[in-house]
Design a protein around this ligand. Sequence first.
Ligand code: ZN
Length: 231
Amino acid sequence: MVWISKSDVISFWSCPLCWKESKEEQIQEFVFPMWVGSMVHDFHNFFWKGVRLESGEVQLPLTPDYFMKNKLVSKYILNLVMMELNRWEEIKKLNNIDIEKLFYPTFIEKRIEVSSEELKGIVDRVEWIGEKNYRIVELKTGRCYLDKHILEISFYKHILEKKYKMNITEGRIDYPTLMETKSIIFNDEIMNRTMDIVKIVKSKIEHNDFFISDENLCEEHYKELKEKGVI
Ligand SMILES: [Zn+2]
């Protein structure tokens, strides 16, 4: 048996041979950090540590100086700030006694796992959306590739429900610009597909089987196997 993470599932499902190579590289040499991604995640922590709700207004811990120093992620930051201000306006309309609880994420960059199934990951954000319902938010710094991202948040939904007994009813995927942000309403079809993929990937990794089908190989590995006559 072997533990698998969200990244394993996504990477293996995209191309099992790329996954295998990345694992071998990790053992041999230092892997370059995804530094833009890290900056956005760092900012996110900073944002939620510093943000204060005072006299009904959101006080953002941002100065023009911060934007100057972090030009590369400023587009992303502005998107996040806009989204949180909009969300705050919506929350205020609810007349809920727990508006602060509703505004602040329940989890930020939280390491989650289900040991009985050997599944793990780090969820970017989980927000309470009223009553017993929660939303998963995933931050993306790259370009839009929705199908893969739905798989990611569904993987987290499964762990959060199993481990924390949370009722995850929706998901949101935030891209660097507001226009690209996607909301997902989960259903059985999405969850069944996700768990089928997780089962396949887990079993293949456990059995050292690095082949799924023509569709699940990157162009480079597809060509390589074709030339060798394997497929
Ligand atoms: Zn590949």
